[in-house]
Ligand binder design. Structure first.
Ligand code: NAD
Length: 462
């Protein structure tokens, strides 16, 4: 049996299962969410171990960025699901009288979740929580690049869920292509903008709706009105977490030139505090996912002046936390998302220069602003567009269940986390209920003499 047949087979079985209606009840959905929670709790060590091998990820980072986030999303969904599933009453107008209207969330059917390698558990299982909560069947395709994590995801799902309900299909680009050739009821893709376009084109052939959680260059503006040490720590944490391989990592700094020397000193101090004199020896500092990405990143070290870090070791896929000064918009490092531990700095004199730079680029997933100046904060909010904004911190906007997360323009389509995950995997069906109590005949033919009544309703005298 080839993989094409097996994928169609899985989809056929899932469709059959979905049509039984088994996934739709509140009790079933809650039981499956609890089941997933149990699976994560039972396999914490496997998850930590897989990420240690795939990305040399420290256990604390794995807990903070994968396990706790997933468990938090599950608990939030369990607590709120009954409320989310309630039909919502809508107002009706005079022409519909007597009538009532409601909007009912219903599951879409079979969802495909395609994940990336950088946070392989969180970025496949967090959308899965939304899909389960909304009552769907699901196929998950984890990234082949985080090979060990992909295996653990497959093991967990196979052990805890029936194949006709939730299945993992492992594999690379070809497997993705085979999956994308099929008809799904929703595709939830997390990955780069280039592949996002391929996914959307494939989905269009079946008119399948998509959520695209993509990347981009998220700028981080640093004004002079800041607490410098805390700013440096928050930038260093958000940038070098997972060795810079975070979709919402600050990609580059736009720094007020009056604060740049002090900021550089504080960043250097923070890097040393976090990872010691030699980050290559730190147990808390990650590695680049593979040599291909290592080679891509090394090219970026040729521009500007390296003022912090710059050391590397290809055999270990190690690149030190690196800061590069004297970068311009035409430097290679500014032409694409960095997605690694390299932080270029561009200085500005007036904030308008920073705004102009941001608006000359595709809309980013995040904009960070470090400033206590409320007017400046409003200027950035009103004059730029991005998936989200975080003021005086980095990355934290992506970590709370109550906060919708997603991109805009080149950084993505749609959003999730908390209730928005449920909404993403639901269709909101409008239901108008009319009564037989009486029937206004104005709309029925023959129309003779009725136009003036309609005109009176719209307030026209002609
Ligand atoms: P990627 O786009 O290369 O791969 C993502 C998935 O797509 C993988 O499962 C891969 O197998 C599949 N894929 C690759 N090529 C394909 C093709 N030609 N056809 C069909 N499927 C294909 O992304 P990545 O390298 O895994 O992740 C890095 C990117 O993801 C970065 O741009 C990052 O910003 C972005 N990202 C975004 C978010 C977010 O939440 N917005 C989160 C993490 C990563």
């Amino acid at each position: 049996m080839n993989s094409q047949l097996s994928i169609s087979d899985i989809i056929r079985k899932q469709r059959k299962f979905f049509q039984t209606g088994a996934t739709k009840g509140l009790a079933f959905r809650l039981a499956q969410l609890k089941n997933l929670k149990q699976a994560i709790l039972q396999h914490q060590t496997d998850i930590v171990q897989a990420l240690l091998v795939d990305l040399n990820r420290a256990e604390v980072e794995t807990y903070a960025t994968e396990i706790l986030l997933i468990l938090g999303e599950i608990d939030y969904a369990i607590k709120n699901l009954k409320k989310w599933m309630q039909p919502e009453k809508l107002a009706t107008n005079l022409q519909q009288f007597p009538a009532s209207a409601r909007i009912y969330p219903e599951p879409l059917g079979i969802a495909l979740i395609i994940g990336p390698w950088n946070y392989p558990f969180q970025l496949t299982l967090s959308p899965l929580i939304g899909a389960i909560a909304a009552g769907n069947c699901v196929i998950i395709k984890p990234s082949e690049l985080a090979n060990n994590s992909s295996k653990v995801i497959a093991e967990i799902i196979t052990k805890y869920f029936a194949k006709e309900y939730i299945t993992v299909v492992e594999g690379g680009v070809e497997t993705s292509q085979l999956l994308l050739a099929e008809k799904f009821d929703h595709i939830f893709f997390t990955g780069g903008t280039v592949i996002g376009k391929i996914v959307m084109a494939a989905a269009a052939k079946h008119l399948t709706p998509v959520t695209l959680e993509l990347g981009g260059k998220s700028p981080c503006i640093v004004d002079a009105d800041i607490k410098i040490e805390c700013t440096a720590q928050r930038i260093v944490w958000g940038k070098f977490l997972n060795a810079g391989q975070t979709c919402v990592a600050p990609d580059y700094l736009l720094v007020n030139k009056n604060i740049k020397p002090q900021l550089l000193t504080a960043i250097q101090k923070s890097i040393k505090e976090f990872y010691g004199d030699n980050p290559a020896k730190s147990l808390d500092y990650g590695r680049i996912i593979n040599q291909k990405h290592f080679d891509r990143l090394i090219q970026f070290l040729q521009d500007g002046n390296i003022c912090i870090g710059g050391e590397s070791n290809k055999n270990e896929c190690y690149i030190a936390p690196t800061v590069i000064d004297n970068i311009t918009l035409t430097s290679a490092v500014m032409q694409s998302e960095i997605f690694g531990p390299i932080l270029p700095i561009i200085e500005y004199g007036d904030i308008n220069e920073a705004i102009t730079i941001i608006n000359s680029q595709p809309k980013p997933l995040a904009i960070y602003l470090f400033s206590q100046n409320k007017q400046l904060q409003q200027r950035i909010l009103q004059n730029t567009s991005s998936g989200g904004v975080c003021i005086n911190d980095t990355v934290m906007q992506a970590a709370a269940s109550g906060l919708p997360f997603g991109g805009v323009g080149d950084s993505g389509i749609g959003r999730y986390h908390g209730k928005t995950s449920f909404e993403t995997f639901s269709h909101y069906k409008t239901v108008l209920q009319r009564s037989f109590l009486f029937d206004i005949k104005l709309r029925y033919a023959p129309y003779k003499g009725k136009l003036q009544w309609l005109k009176r309703i719209v307030g026209s005298n002609t």
